[in-house]
Design a protein around this ligand. Sequence first.
Ligand SMILES: C[S@@+](CC[C@H](N)C(=O)[O-])C[C@H]1O[C@@H](n2cnc3c(N)ncnc32)[C@H](O)[C@@H]1O
Length: 294
Amino acid sequence: MEKDKKNNFDEAAFQLFKELEKENKRIKDFLIDNYRGLPADPQIEEEAHEYFINNSVFFSAMAAQNASSLITEFLYERLPSKSILDNYALNSKAGRAIRARLIAVEDELHRVIDDYCTKGEVLIGNLGSGPGRDVIDVFSNYYQNSSNVKAVNIDKDVIALKRGKRMASIKKVDHLINFVQGSFLKYVPEKKFDIIILVGILCTLQSEVCISILKTIKGFLNKNGCLIASNVTNKMQEEDPFACYIMDWVANWRFVYKSEEELKKIFEQAGYQWKRGFTDSYGFHLIGVGTPMP
Ligand SMILES: C[S@@+](CC[C@H](N)C(=O)[O-])C[C@H]1O[C@@H](n2cnc3c(N)ncnc32)[C@H](O)[C@@H]1O
């Protein structure tokens, strides 16, 4: 079983090995050996790390700050790159699944907003929003001329928020979105949210920490409100173990994969009623939908 998992490379990994074979065979051999758990020569490992940092926008950003929205935005935009490492990130199953998650979240958000719209005004809290591309896309596609739907994008990263303001202005929905800099855990809402989105936040956290976060943000949600929160599933590790290894090796980025049962339990222990769960088209991210229990 372990042997099978270790040989489970996706097409993007094979392409990367092919390119590295031409460009730097030592690094290719190091990656495969290290992935398989063989001891590493520190000199080769340092050479490989330096190569990743110096030849990839994606991996240098990841090494600097692993959960930065620079990473997610890079995978959402899919701009062409000359770097074999960046192309690996874009084409790996795990990389593609991040974009698939955005699409799945946007579809769900649109449905939920429409549901709440029938009851009047809708206020969305996008916590750890990065630029808030999900809200910006959905607003620009469906609610540009609506005055009923508003959002607050909250992130501690001021650069991500500045990007978000530009994106919102380009898509002509800036009048519908406020951008707030700071930790969402310390946010004091002027008005409670009808919908909270929490995407790309829980994935590295143990269940107890997730429960504590969900309990805190329950205080920001209307009693009939809706929480939409994502987490990586074990399928990512099973189907793209090499990408998981690379993230760990480059940036010490380790996920706490959670099943639907586990995410549901987190929701329930934090005081939410679990409504449903859905995944991105790869099944690598589970997105839970819940509502606060009285
Ligand atoms: C991986 S990105 C995901 C961004 C966005 N939610 C998405 O789905 O594309 C995680 C973001 O959460 C932000 N973040 C993490 N913890 C936070 C906190 N306690 N308060 C505010 N922002 C936070 C980071 O700055 C980063 O922009």
